[in-house]
Design a protein around this ligand. Structure first.
Ligand code: CUA
Length: 366
C-alpha cells in the first residue's frame, strides 16, 4: 500500500519524477519514458529532414552515368546527416524544455559514472557505418574511373583563361566541347600555365588540369541527356578565373558525326583573317579581349589597329603590326592604361604564320 501511494505522489509532481527519481523508479525505468519520447522525436525529425534534403533542388540536373553513382552516395549521406542532425537537435531541445528549472530546484543533478556498454555501442556502430561508406566510395570510384573500349578521346587544354578541346582521332580543335550522348568520353586534361580544374556540375565529376606534359590527368564522362552545359574552372587561377567558362554541348551520336565533319571541312579552308579568328577562339584570346568594343580584362580589339594608345607610363604608342607582335610575345612590357599586367606570353606557343593570322584578324576588326 505504502509503495503505490508513493507512485501517485511522484506522478502528480512531474518535476520530481523527472529530476529526482521516485524510489520505485530507480534504474532504467526512471529514464525509459524520456528515452522513448526522444527516440520517437528523433525518428520523426530524421524523416522530415531527409525528405526536405531529398526534394529540395540541392543538386543540378543529373546528366551523366557518373552522376548517378555519385548522387546515390549523396542521398545516403543526406540520410546520415539528417539522423545526426535530429540526434543533436532533438536531445538539445528536449533537455531545454523538459528538464528546465521550474523554480525552487537547488539540488545538484544526478551523477553518472559512464556506461561501458553504451560506449562500445556508439563506437562500433559508427565504425561499421564508416567502413560501409568507405566500401561504397571505393566502388563508386571504380565506376567513374572505368574506361569503356569504345570511348571517345578528347584532349582538354586549360590556360589563362579559357579551354581548348582537341579531338586527336579527327584532327579537330574546338572552343566548344561537343559530346555524343550515351558514349563514354575520356578527357585528357593538361594546362599550359597554372593549375585549373575542369568541372561541369551536371556531370558531377571534377578533375584538376596540371601544367607539364608529364602530368596528364584523365576524367571520364558518359552523358545521358542532350543539352547545353557549361564547363567552369574550379581552381582559383588568376585575374579572369571567374570567367573561365566554355560551352559544352551534348548531342545525339549522328549529330555528333555531322558536327565533326563540318569542323574538319572548316579547318581546310579560309584566308588569313578566318584562320586568325579561329585561332583567337581556340587560344582563348577572346575570353579577355572583346571584338565588339566591350571592355573585358584586356583592351578590346575593335578599332584598335592604326590608333594610338596610352601606356601606364604615360607614353603613347601606335598600334601597328610591330606593336601587336610585341603585345603577343612580351605582353607585360607595354601595359595599356587602365589594365593589369596579367596577360601570359604566347612566345613558343604560336608560329610566325599564326601570329600574322592573328594580327590580320585584329586589323579586320574596324
Ligand atoms: Cu582556370 Cu580558374
Amino acid at each position: 500500500m505504502a509503495a503505490s501511494a508513493k507512485v501517485v505522489y511522484c506522478l502528480k509532481n512531474r518535476h520530481k519524477l523527472q529530476i529526482r527519481a521516485c524510489p520505485q523508479e530507480r534504474g532504467v525505468m526512471k529514464y525509459l519514458r524520456h528515452f522513448l519520447n526522444v527516440s520517437v522525436l528523433v525518428i520523426i525529425t530524421t524523416f522530415i529532414v531527409s525528405l526536405l534534403l531529398e526534394f529540395l533542388p540541392l543538386l543540378p540536373q543529373q546528366a551523366s552515368v557518373e552522376a548517378i553513382s555519385i548522387d546515390t552516395m549523396f542521398s545516403m549521406h543526406f540520410r546520415v546527416i539528417s539522423f545526426l542532425f535530429a540526434l543533436i537537435v532533438v536531445f538539445m531541445l528536449y533537455s531545454l524544455v523538459v528538464f528546465r528549472n521550474r523554480g525552487g530546484e537547488t539540488d545538484p543533478g544526478d551523477h553518472f559514472e559512464g556506461n561501458t556498454g553504451l560506449e562500445i555501442f556508439w563506437t562500433i556502430v559508427p565504425l561499421i557505418i564508416v567502413i560501409y561508406f568507405a566500401f561504397i566510395g571505393a566502388q563508386s570510384l571504380a565506376d567513374v574511373t572505368r574506361t569503356e573500349p569504345d570511348a571517345l578521346e578528347v584532349d582538354v587544354i586549360a590556360f589563362q583563361w579559357s579551354w581548348s578541346f582537341e579531338y586527336p582521332a579527327y584532327g579537330v580543335t574546338s572552343t566548344t566541347l561537343y559530346l555524343p550522348k550515351d558514349r563514354q568520353t575520356v578527357l585528357n586534361l593538361t594546362s599550359r600555365d597554372v593549375i585549373h580544374s575542369f568541372w561541369v556540375p551536371e556531370f558531377r565529376v571534377k578533375q584538376d588540369a596540371l601544367p607539364g606534359k608529364d602530368f596528364v590527368r584523365q576524367l571520364r564522362i558518359t552523358p545521358i541527356k542532350t543539352g547545353d552545359y557549361m564547363v567552369r574552372c574550379a581552381e582559383l587561377c588568376g585575374g579572369a578565373h571567374a570567367y573561365m567558362n566554355s560551352p559544352v554541348v551534348v548531342v545525339e551520336p549522328e549529330e555528333f558525326e555531322i558536327w565533326l565533319i563540318s569542323q574538319q571541312n572548316a579547318g581546310e579552308t579560309g584566308d588569313s583573317v578566318t584562320r586568325g579568328k579561329a585561332l583567337a577562339e581556340t587560344m582563348g584570346c577572346l575570353s579577355c579581349h572583346s571584338t565588339d568594343g566591350t571592355t573585358l580584362v584586356g583592351p578590346t580589339w575593335k578599332n584598335m589597329y592604326g590608333h594610338e594608345v596610352t601606356l601606364i607610363d604615360g607614353t603613347r604608342v601606335m598600334v601597328d603590326e610591330l606593336y601587336l607582335r610585341r603585345a603577343i610575345l612580351q605582353p607585360n612590357d607595354e601595359i595599356v592604361e587602365g589594365f593589369q599586367p596579367i596577360m601570359p606570353s604566347y612566345e613558343g606557343l604560336l608560329t610566325e604564320e599564326q601570329i600574322a593570322d592573328l594580327i590580320a584578324y585584329m586589323k579586320s576588326l574596324e
